[in-house]
Design a protein around this ligand. Sequence first.
Ligand code: PXP
Length: 236
Amino acid sequence: MKLSINVDHIATLRNVRGEVQPDPITFALMSEQFGVDGIVVHLREDRRHINERDVRLLRELITTKLDLEMAAVPEIIDIACEIQPELATIVPEKRQELTTEGGLNVLDNIDRLRAAISKLHSSDILVSLFVEPDINQIDAAAEIEADIIEIHTGNYANAVNEQDIVDELEKIHIASKHAKKLGLGVNAGHGLNYSNVKDIIDIVEIDELSIGHAIIARSVFVGLEKAISEMKKLLK
Ligand code: PXP
């Protein structure tokens, strides 16, 4: 199972002081050296962490894969088409949220998302849709020609009692199998950490995980190289 690291939080820390450190580009390049398979950034409409310059620099400098998380809005779609990440992951975006709060409602936004996918495809960008582990949403993603789905693992990560954890895991498993049958690539992420990832890795249909907060938080204590290698060891 591959690992992409989301470096938005490094930009958040930089922006707290309005200065240049810590630099998310350096962090991304070091993450590559320490073995991640891709770099993820979310260019939000309000630019609260990652900015356009960061995305352009990452595009020039990283050697693995750039996954640009984005809302399906014309301004950001145009930027993506120009910068050309390998992958655009479309997420729902709310101005007041602390972090992405759930999957897209593909069924209710089918025309808008179909148009966004088609525009991104015309610039040779693969498109992933961030969705709940819900068969109907996944069917809709396949229908509008998404290449990949990223399954939202937040409800699994937030579940506290044993039965809820088992139920959420089962939904992710069924959704992953279903997506694979439809020919979709399967990524997953949100709220995954060094302990809850252990059950996710048993789901062989998942190709790649997108993890940010847990690795960055651990790197503060043990350093980035160890934080990444510990996670990679779990994914093997
Ligand atoms: N995937 C998506 C679509 C996200 O929005 C985020 C959070 O930015 C992540 C994965 C990573 O989540 P976390 O930081 O909780 O690992």
